[in-house]
Design a protein around this ligand. Structure first.
Ligand code: AMP
Length: 307
């Protein structure tokens, strides 16, 4: 039984008020795989890259237990490219360029060896691709988690709503939740989104943590206050990787376990932002992750007596 990760694998160019990167490795599925591989193996990756995507990057993922049979390599085409510029608060950003390249015509083929999928992580990419993957799986996975972004709300809203109706857990950030529902209150927005299909909703709020909604319950995971944030790119995907990685490791899809999973997600995201791109995720040890989970425990642990 395994975890399938679907999403973009890409080149990114990032500008922050403190620095600028050249074209570096990025993509939703790349971040998810680097993050989730700390918790579970194998990860079965489903994506597409061009001939320009470094083969060494693929080899490094394989060394982490990521199976690439479902990653198409279009030798004569270019990989997906995204560039963005962060504002001074490092929480909000503008997309400067999105070049879909190989992603524009991506027709995913789920390999036979992926059919044993227990957990499906639909990372950010075209909703039509996300739908096609769900449709190709003969048996419905135990849990389908989906991430998306405003880009797809703006150009493929109807298809996006169809995928949202099929999934168990939706992950969006606060501005995306508002854009999707036209509600300012996140509680109202959450209710509207859960009415669209997902039983669980995670709203990421960058440096202000993340909220997990289910029925009338809401649970909050903080983000770790960090002295330096270099690059928030991929933090959402890294969060998703920690979340689904923990669920796949424990095989427990209860609401209680999802609370723990969003703490793992937040811990992984806190590493991601410490360096540019995937750099920090590549050097993590189990001790680093354990230490950080303890920091999270200390951050929110308090005794209180009722008056
Ligand atoms: P995050 O910061 O978690 O929202 O994720 C940023 C990553 O998403 C970058 O590495 C981009 O390559 C990737 N990305 C940006 N726009 C898109 C898009 N429209 N579809 C798929 N992936 C995207």
């Amino acid at each position: 039984m395994s975890l399938i990760v679907v999403g973009s694998m890409a080149f990114d160019a990032i500008e922050t008020p403190f620095g600028k990167s050249d074209k570096i490795i990025g993509g939703a599925a790349t971040y998810i795989a680097w993050s989730a591989s700390n918790f579970t193996s194998p990860i079965k990756q489903l994506s597409v890259v061009g001939g320009d995507f470094p083969k060494n990057e693929l080899r490094l993922l394989e060394e982490r237990g990521v199976i690439l049979e479902g990653v198409q390599i279009k030798e004569n085409e270019k990989s997906f490219f995204w560039s963005g510029r962060y504002h001074m608060d490092m929480n909000t950003r503008d997309t400067l360029e999105t070049h879909l390249n190989v992603l524009g015509t991506f027709d995913p083929v789920v390999p036979e060896s992926y059919q044993d999928c227990e957990f499906l992580m639909l990372g950010n990419l075209a909703p039509a691709v996300q739908l096609s993957v769900i449709a190709q799986l003969r048996e419905r996975p135990k849990l389908i988690v989906m991430d998306t972004m405003n880009f797809w709300m703006e150009i493929a809203l109807e298809e996006l709503k169809k995928v949202i109706a099929e999934v168990d857990v939706l992950l969006v950030n606060d501005s995306e939740a508002r854009e999707l529902t036209h509600e300012f209150s996140l509680v109202r927005a959450a209710r509207k989104i859960m009415d669209m299909g997902p039983k669980y909703l995670i709203i990421k709020k960058g440096e202000h943590g993340a909220l997990l909604f289910h029925d009338d319950n809401v649970f909050f995971a903080p983000a770790l206050p960090l002295e330096d944030v270099f690059d928030p790119t991929g933090a959402g995907d890294t969060f998703a990787g920690g979340f689904i990685g923990h669920i796949a490791r424990t095989k427990d899809i209860s609401y209680e376990n999802m609370k723990t999973a969003i703490i793992f997600g937040s811990a992984m995201a806190s590493f991601c932002v410490e360096k540019f791109g995937t750099e920090r995720l590549r050097e993590l040890t189990k001790e680093d992750i354990d230490q950080r989970i303890i920091q999270f425990q200390d951050l929110v642990n308090f005794d209180i007596e009722l008056v």
